[in-house]
Design a protein around this ligand. Sequence first.
Ligand code: ADP
Ligand code: ASP
Ligand code: MG
Length: 814
Amino acid sequence: MIVSKFGGTSVGSAENIKRVIQIVKEKKEQTAIVVSALGGVTNLLIEASDLALKNDLRFEKIVDQIEKRHFEAIENLLPHDNQTNCKAEVAKKLNQLKEILHSISLLNDLSDKTSARIVSLGEIMSSFIIHQAMLQNALNATLIDSREVIKTDDNYLNAEVDFELTRKNLKDALGSNSAEVFLFPGFISSNQSNETTTLGRGGSDYTAAIIANAAGANILEIWTDVSGMYTANPKLVRQAYPIEEISYQEAMELSHFGAKVLYPPTIQPVLDKRIPILIKNTLSAKDKGTLIAEKSLVSGSTVKGISHIEDIALLTLEGNGMVGVPGISERLFGALAKKGINVKFITQASSEHSICIAIDSDESDLAKKSVDQEFEFEIIQHKVNPLIIETELAIIALVGDHMKSHQGISGRMFSELGANNVNIRAIAQGSTEKNISAVISKNDVKKALNTLHAAFFEDQIKQINLFIVGVGNVGGKLLEQIKLQADYLLEKQHLQLRVVAISNSRKMFFRSDGIELSDWADQLEQQGEKADLEGFIDKMKGLNLRNSVFVDNTANDRVPDLYADCLSDSIAVVACNKIACSSAFDNYQHLKYLSRKYNAPFLFETNVGAGLPIIDTLNNLIASGDEITEIQAVLSGSLNFVFNHFNGETPFSEVVKRAGEEGYTEPDPRIDLSGVDVMRKILILMRESGLQSELNDIKNESFLPQSSLDADTVPDFLETLITESDHFNKLREAAESEKCRLKYVASYKDGKASVGLQHIPKEHPFYNLDGKDNIVLFYTNRYKDQPLIIKGAGAGADVTASGIFGDIIRTGNK
Ligand code: ADP
Ligand code: ASP
Ligand code: MG
């Protein structure tokens, strides 16, 4: 015999019930079918009783809703003539329900016994309708009320099965009947007095397992709305996939730790008879599904799955009076057991100073009362502290039979979680090592599951989540480059870049599953909300995605104030904005400290020389033990562009204007022309070389006339460039008379640095520096006579974007 159970979704609509009938029709041997209530109906029944208890008459609306669901199913499953009787039967049950609900409301009392009667109606109605539909489809089906065969104790909502009696009843019922199909409502049972009891939420799986056991079935099929038991809850981990084969023990651990696809008690009755379980998808019957049997597939991954339980409370009992005193744990567990509280997780510090236990957070008040009462005497004597309760927690667990013979799994689990800023509150590893579990904050569940899933199951593909502020010239190019390179990076470097948020100064736009980059500008414009920097950071932190990177493509002085907040939340920062690194040394140092502390890269290669690998080279020199003795550099692509084009044909003011139009200057050209931009760059190189310098340690001999320096606004400044054209022409002529070119040079030697315009003779490496190029000469202990030279385009949106892109990829290789 085959036993097949169809869950709530599988029988949730007429369309799905038709699929079920088709699946049953294809069975070649006698089959017992167990059905749940129509999906969601059990919840509605509970909601209605809760309302009735609160004297809230809206329960009537819910009953109407339940009626509508069932009537719709009937109308779509049965021919018109047969509908009336079937509807009348359902209406009869629902009238009874209404009466019960009214009395609850009147008496203001709801016992477990009455609750069981109410929730049982879901399965009673569904099995009745499905039976009618089966008969309609020429299936020789017999409906058996599970309450007549499955006998239990008096625990109405979570009843304990009397297996001996149940087995006998089932044998009698099945043995004497030659039907092709036996149909049972799941979930429901009865006690010795024939009152309705239920087997706990999700209990239809268990009904099916009990029947499989009694009938000695050759297989138990669980038909649901997913294609098997997945490596993690597929609703939370998009990359999760069905596990092909898994052992009973592994399935039991996964379901105990929250894999709802199988109700935990289901496994024991089939395990006793070594009956395999096959989990299948009603909505996609051709999918292979998951086979649960004695041995798990050894060739698969060592970790079989990751599961989690939300709404956990952690109880900590501690105190000096606990050390070496026998019986404390016994009393603690006794106090919990007395109240029927289920312990899900235990750790005890080896000093015996504290014991930590995780339970359902619903039960935490009850637990506190009971435990504090048990230890009342010790608490008064200050030997034991009152029970500490922490809520808003969750348990995540790695499960696998073969984890015990592999080293490093827990190490990897905790380092991956740590790297993603998931704080671990408690850890437990069973001595059988089939399960390693940890208590974490509820808010971190999705991130933790995805992080662990990526680490243990995915083809080492690392997903990087980008939050980009500034999508103008540079940012726009960056998005274009990301779009073009996405496939290459995925294939060759196993990096998946996802742009989750973009913002300009007016609008910001978030999409947690990634923004489609082909029309990001339209989406930002049309679907974006009002830009708000703090709001942007809050939202980014709220999403709590792994490998998050905050990218600052602005020159805005408010954005860098937010870096510390990002880094402290383990969010990497990539900035072409140089304000942070050239601000007060303490601030620069603090950001570096946070980056180390929270293992969040802080990268700013484009602060100096756009995409040129200047900072990276410098870092490598220092890391390998070299020492910088001198730097000579042309670091302003903008000034180089300006002086290269200021050749006597075009006035200085025009050249500056053109540089601005072509995107080679900062939005405020004074920052370039005053030399401040170059000062910031050489300062950053000095700091990266290990010096504790400040901006005002750098000498700046400005080439600007006083009137330009005094100008308050950008237009006023540009105006002075016209009025002072003689001043600029003289600068050029002076250089030309010495057969030199004008270059704006930054120098560092012996702890001192300066920036300024210099006359560069023909034989100097700077003389032929074209267009907007940059050049840096590093003199070091190893590069004494011939400097290490880095040269190339040092400004422009394209090269800057590629430098930022490089940093983003570097965050992925941390
Ligand atoms: P049914 O109504 O068929 O009994 P359930 O809702 O009880 O279905 O169980 C199926 C659901 O279990 C899936 O839709 C999925 O959301 C959830 N689930 C949680 N963890 C897992 C997992 N590891 N594998 C598969 N499904 C899971
Ligand atoms: N209908 C019950 C519930 O929702 C039992 C089941 O579906 O397994 O809990
Ligand atoms: Mg279920």
